[in-house]
Design a protein around this ligand. Structure first.
Ligand SMILES: *Cc1c(COP(=O)(O)O)cnc(C)c1O
Length: 227
């Protein structure tokens, strides 16, 4: 029972994976600014993992969808004063970009929830306006997260490359992420996730080795304005 948009995205993923000889990545449905009913409809179509940018918005939808057995990922910037709530509300936090967050998340993770899955957000294009650690700092940050096991599980890296028109430049940013991921994964056996690629470039990300893509618009349509 697929919704047409979910069906189309799954088809695009399978086509790209086949074309580029890569395993099909996991699909994270980005539901920011979409109502709980839209999440419920994709969930009925078989989609399980959902990404949200704001802690409070996510908590409101989680309250409405409590028994749906969904997996929630935080993909928006995490402020230190929200870390404790995030460690309880989410299954994954994809935006750990500084060491200061690590003890805050670990201390607040409930014992009975199992480890909080963590991705390190890397500012791969060194954009001043963007969050994420510098690529050269990812190694040290990965060690800090790994040391917080078993409260935290270091699962991999996440990036939002600069939205440049030039597809070759975007592909090159994805490729640098893949190289960094492979380098760190040698030292950290728990690393299995490279989260990159959105609605308009996920095929490119799959070509370059993404294992998880984050798709909003292509699944839900245009987002309503913030309000
Ligand atoms: C909004 C968002 C997405 C999804 O973007 P679309 O272009 O709608 O697919 C993916 N990742 C992050 C971090 C986002 O904030």
């Amino acid at each position: 029972m697929l919704t047409p948009a979910l069906d189309a995205v799954v088809q695009r993923i399978e086509n790209a994976a086949r074309q580029y000889g890569r395993p099909a990545p996991r699909l994270l449905a980005v539901s920011k600014r979409q109502p709980a009913a839209a999440v419920a409809s994709l969930a009925a179509g078989g989609q399980r993992a959902f990404g949200e940018n704001y802690v409070q918005e996510a908590q409101e939808k989680q309250a409405e969808l409590r028994d749906a057995g969904l997996e929630w990922h935080l993909i928006g910037h995490l402020q230190s004063n929200k870390a404790a709530v995030a460690a309880q509300a989410f299954d994954w936090v994809q935006t750990v970009d500084r060491a200061k967050l690590v003890p805050l998340l670990a201390a607040a993770r409930p014992d009975d929830r199992g480890p909080l899955n963590v991705l390190i957000q890397v500012n791969i294009d060194d954009e001043a306006s963007k969050h994420g650690c510098r690529p050269e700092d990812a190694d040290a940050l990965a060690a800090v997260v790994a040391a917080a096991s078993p409260r935290l599980a270091l699962r991999g890296l996440m990036a939002i490359p600069a939205p440049v028109e030039d597809r070759a430049r975007r592909a090159e940013a994805f490729a640098r992420m893949k190289t960094l991921f492979d380098t760190l994964a040698v030292r950290h056996a728990s690393m299995d996730t490279l989260s990159m690629g959105m609605s308009d470039d996920f095929e490119l990300a799959i070509e370059q080795g993404a294992t998880m893509i984050r798709v909003g618009t292509a699944l839900f349509g245009e987002r309503p304005p913030r309000g």
